[in-house]
Structure formats: C-alpha cells, structure tokens
Design a protein around this ligand. Structure first.
Ligand SMILES: Nc1ncnc(NCCc2cnc(NC(=O)Nc3cccc(C(F)(F)F)c3)s2)c1Br
Length: 273
C-alpha cells in the first residue's frame, strides 16, 4: 500500500471487520482493502471532535511525522482519507494487539521478554530522535505487538518535530545559551526517562511512582522516590539500568546508545525482537 501520494482512498475500498479498540477521539477497526486483500487497521476520527478540541493541526503534524517514519518497531501509517463526518487513518495492523493487555494478563514479563521489548523501543526511539521526532507519550497503551510478537510504537498524536532541528540545520549552536541546548537535551531525554518507567513496569507489573492520587504520584516523580521490591526474578543489572534512566537531571540519563550496550540488555534481549 503506497503513501498518500499514490491514490485517493475511500471507505468503500475497504471491508470493515471487528472493532480493535476504542482510542481517544475514535474507534479502530480491522479492515481489508478489497482489491489487494491487504489487512490494515482503520482509525476513524470524528471531524466534530477535531473541531471541538481544535486539534486538526496536531493530527496533520502526526501524519507528516508518521509518513516520514519507516522502522520495524514503529507502526506504519500507510495513508489517510476523509468523508463528511470522519478522518480515516490507514494503519499497519498489529495482529497481537496492545502490549498492556499482555502485561496485565501475565502480571509481569520475564527479564528476557522485558529486555527484548526495551531494546526494540530503544532502537525505535534512536531512529525517531535521529529524525528529530520525540514521541513524548510512550506508554503501554501506545505499544502494540505484531503477528510475531514484535513491539511497535504507535499513536504519534502527541509527538513533536523537535525545535532543535532548526538550530542544528543552521549550525549556529555556538551562539545558543546553555539552557537552550539543555532544553534540546531535555526534550529528547523525556523518552529516555519513560524507558526507565517502562522497564520497571515490565518487570514489576506496575510503574515505579504509582500512588493513590495524582498529587502523590507527582511528588514521588519529583523526588524520584524509586524503590525495588525484593524479588528473585529481577537481577541487579536490571535495577542498575532503571536507576541510570530515572535520573532527575535529564542530561545525566543513560543515552539510547548506552542502553543498547548495557549488560542487562546484552545478556537478556533477543536482538531480532
Ligand atoms: N491492533 C491494532 N493495530 C493497529 N492499530 C491499532 N490501534 C490504533 C493505533 C494508532 C496508531 N496511530 C494512531 N493515531 C491516532 O490515533 N492519532 C490521533 C487520533 C485522534 C486525534 C489526534 C490528534 F489530533 F490529537 F493528533 C491524533 S492510533 C490496533 Br488496537
């Protein structure tokens, strides 16, 4: 299925199948393109909602971003179309659905499974960051699994093309005040922090700063109030990696490259996960 440049799609080009889930602003269905029999996921977004929340520019930005991303661990956006009521996103179909459902079913993942998912995520984020894209909303709900159980980052509805691209393009970093550069690092490093959160959640079944109220969670995050329940099935290397990501000072978080080289990843991750 080519990009949007190829042909204009319409709803009658597809046979609509079972609903896959109720996402924000709309539902997702399995669908099959009639001619090619190619199976996709079709996200239906109501124009009324887009108008009501004034987010059509955000959707346009997401589509520009997603059209430029082609990576085995990033869910593809093949094209889009609209009719009087809705905008439709033609997405890669992830046959094994949402990762958080597998996590809640299993309780927690093995170190091998967790490390494989973290490695896939790290590779996908390294690719996105190379293209100056910051996802900013990495959470289990936005992680999908394809028919081989391979992780796919989805839903760039909240991602941004980072501002730093303009600076690096004109090569005048020399004149940028430290806080501007720091801001650049800070922006990118939010995804590194999230990798630490996810690594913890994959191994323990719950995120590290969970609390009964939003305020308490906020306090725990700001304090980096991190503790590891003593369990035999989480190695000290795993705890070391998490501790090197959940660092308040964003410039001191382990880089994506160093995550890929971390002993816990090397020892436990399936490299073609
Ligand atoms: N098994 C599956 N296989 C494939 N896909 C599945 N679910 C869809 C995952 C998505 C990928 N991309 C998305 N993008 C948006 O939703 N974007 C969006 C939507 C509304 C408003 C906005 C905005 F206006 F706020 F930006 C942005 S949802 C499932 Br379950």
């Amino acid at each position: 299925m080519g990009e949007n440049s190829e042909r204009q799609w319409c709803i009658s080009d597809f046979e609509i199948g079972k609903p896959l889930g109720k996402g924000k602003f709309g539902r997702v269905y399995v669908a099959r393109e009639r001619e090619s029999k190619f199976v996709v996921a079709l996200k239906v977004i109501s124009k009324e909602q887009l108008e009501k929340y004034k987010i059509h520019h955000q959707l346009r930005r997401e589509m520009e971003i997603q059209f430029s991303l082609k990576h085995p661990n990033v869910l593809r956006l093949y094209g889009w179309f609209h009719d009087s009521e809705n905008v439709f996103l033609i997405l890669e179909y992830a046959h094994n659905g949402e990762l958080y459902k597998e996590l809640s079913r299993k309780g927690h993942f093995s170190e091998q499974q967790a490390a494989t998912y973290i490695l896939s995520l790290t590779k996908a984020l390294a690719y996105c960051h190379d293209k100056h894209v910051i996802h900013r909303d990495i959470k289990p709900e936005n992680l999908l699994l394809d028919h081989e159980g391979r992780l796919k980052i989805a839903d760039f509805g909240w991602s941004v093309q980072s501002r730093s691209k303009r600076h690096t393009m004109c090569g005048t970093l020399d004149y940028l005040a430290p806080e501007m550069v720091e801001n650049k690092a800070h922006d990118y490093a939010v995804d590194n922090w999230t990798l630490g959160i996810l690594c913890y959640e994959f191994l323990y079944g719950a995120p590290p700063f969970e609390a009964d109220s939003q305020v308490d969670t906020f306090k725990r995050i700001m304090k980096v109030d991190l503790s590891f329940p003593s369990t035999p099935y989480v190695s000290s290397e795993a705890k070391h990696l998490i501790s090197r990501l959940l660092v308040k000072d964003s410039s001191r978080r382990l880089s994506l490259q160093r995550i890929m080289e971390h002993p816990w990843i090397i020892k436990n991750a399936n490299p073609i996960g």
